[in-house]
Structures are given as C-alpha cells and as structure tokens.
Design a protein. Sequence first.
Length: 117
Amino acid sequence: QVQLVESGGGLVQAGGSLRLSCAASGSIFSIDAMGWFRRAPGKQRELVATIAVAASTNYANSVKGRFAISRDYAKNTVYLQMNSLKPEDTAVYFCYAHSNLGPKDYWGQGTQVTVSS
C-alpha cells in the first residue's frame, strides 16, 4: 500500500505562483512513477504532469513552460511548481503514484487551487 498526502493549495491571483507537495509513505520502493492530475468544475480529470523513476517528465500542453514537476527521493515527496497561474488552472489537484506491485494506482485526497482574475 502507498499513502499520499498533498499540501500547498490555496487562493492566488492570476500571474502568481504556488507549489504543491505530495508526501508518499508505505511501499514507496514499489513506486515507478508519480504525478499530478486535476479536475476543474464540470470537467473530467486530466493529466497535469508526471515524473518517472528515470526522472523523465511529461506535461500537459496547457501547462508546458509554466509548471515544473520534481521529486525528492530522500523525502519521498513530489512537487509541482506552478508559475504564471491562470484562472483556467483553477481545479482540485490530485497526487498520483503508480506502484509496480499489482500493479496499482494510488491517489491523494486532493488539494484545491483557485486562481482569481
């Protein structure tokens, strides 16, 4: 089992920045990828960014050049640095981890990000 706890959401003005954190615990040795998804009101959940064991990253086109994902293996934490935020970035952001045991996907409880215009 893997447990994920997010933090760092909040309210920010357009053009501002936020950093989300996701701390993993449990069977962290089995995690081969982590990332962030988001769900805006009335929309489906969408991928924001992922990072694999080899540090390869993948971003949604809508956030490329503005968001950066990173992982601190010593702290078992993945971060999402969000810059130049736009009102359309408003959503609940969910941390994600893929475990090669099973395999199985794990999700955090979500953290609200609200960008005001």
